[in-house]
Ligand binder design. Structure first.
Ligand SMILES: [Zn+2]
Length: 336
């Protein structure tokens, strides 16, 4: 297998604990722990049994996002995440996603400074690791106002010539209610017209309404890719739509196990076999290797070991990752 491709990893989960620890100290951030190993447990999913739910994961992100809330910290984080992915995993296509508005201390820091710092990190990594095709995805948030999300997409479009390659939306659902993805349709349309890739976090959990959300996203937002989308595995109609639209799912097996989105390895295997049998396209990712304490090769090993995918199917999923990357254009879903 040539270089690996990883398309779904959050900046807040992609930086190793030792670097975050130093960044926190450089900035004088007040931490609730004084020992490095306690800190390591604070900023990663340290219990092998995982977290109770996505809200608990959000608490971990709270710390990594706080530490990454300055231009220097964002620059170092992007630079380190790309270099680390290449050195440790041989990743040659990498997309890193982050929400700049969760890194500007509620408006205290200028958003353009944060985004340009990420771009500087990308540029530095490109000089050191010219073998890597890397790009940045700016994320909207389900807890944000319409205006906040509009600003994020305006920024993504404004900096698209400098390495911002796509947009996404994630974050907890307010009140655990079904999220109305139509609220971001105008922003997504603008991003698409500006040539940005569109990937959407949906179908990770939420049962029936999670499935309804996938249907709505496919119809209203017409994404190139979907973050997770595993709930579609139980629904023939959704799988048909995904297949026909040639949408690529970014599946993160260990993350799904740690957050209890999938109950066990049998459930992981069932999801993958169902997608393979139904011609649904997917690629494999970690969601954030440092926070999830897994790396892309570990994910491949897991899928092989549990019989979720055979080697040729893994190779195909990896090749699809390179193809489906938003970096330097090239890929758009069929019906865009
Ligand atoms: Zn994610």
């Amino acid at each position: 297998m040539d270089g690996l491709a990883e398309l779904h990893t959050h900046l807040g989960g992609s930086v190793s604990s030792d670097i975050l620890w130093t960044l926190a100290h450089e900035q004088g951030i007040a931490l609730p722990v004084k020992d490095y190993w306690d800190f390591d447990r604070l900023v990663t999913v340290s219990d092998p049994r995982g977290v109770p739910d996505l809200d608990a994961l959000d608490q971990i992100y709270h710390w990594t996002e706080l530490i990454q809330s300055s231009p220097i910290a964002v620059e170092t984080s992007v630079h380190q995440a790309i270099g680390g992915a290449y050195r440790s995993q041989g990743i040659t296509t990498l997309e890193l996603r982050f929400n700049p508005m969760k890194r500007n201390r509620g408006g205290e820091r200028d958003l353009d400074h944060i985004i340009l710092a990420a771009i500087r990190g990308l540029d530095r990594a490109s000089l050191e690791y010219p073998q890597v095709r890397a790009g940045l995805i700016l994320m909207m948030d389900r807890t944000f106002t319409q205006r906040q999300n509009e600003v994020i997409v305006e920024k993504a479009i404004g900096w698209s010539s400098r390495g911002i390659v796509g947009v996404d939306i994630a974050g907890p659902r307010p009140g655990h209610a079904r999220y109305d993805y139509r609220s971001v349709q105008p922003m997504i349309e603008e991003a698409r017209s500006a040539g940005l890739g569109v990937t959407i976090h949906v179908g990770e959990e939420g049962g029936d309404f999670g499935r309804q959300e996938i249907g709505e996203v496919l119809e209203v937002l017409r994404p190139d890719r979907i973050g997770h989308g595993i709930l579609a595995a139980g629904d023939a109609e959704l799988m048909r739509e995904l297949r026909e639209a040639e949408v690529v799912l970014e599946i993160c097996p260990t993350s799904n196990l740690l957050t209890k989105a999938l109950a066990d390895e049998d459930a992981v295997r069932a999801v993958f076999r169902t997608f393979v049998e139904n011609g649904v396209r997917f690629t494999i990712a970690t969601d954030g290797p440092e926070m999830m304490r897994t790396h892309l090769r570990d994910e491949f090993d897991l899928l092989l070991r549990i019989g979720a995918l055979a080697q040729d199917e893994l190779d195909e999923a990896n090749a699809r990752g390179h193809e489906a990357s938003f970096v330097r254009g090239g890929f758009r879903a069929a019906r865009v």
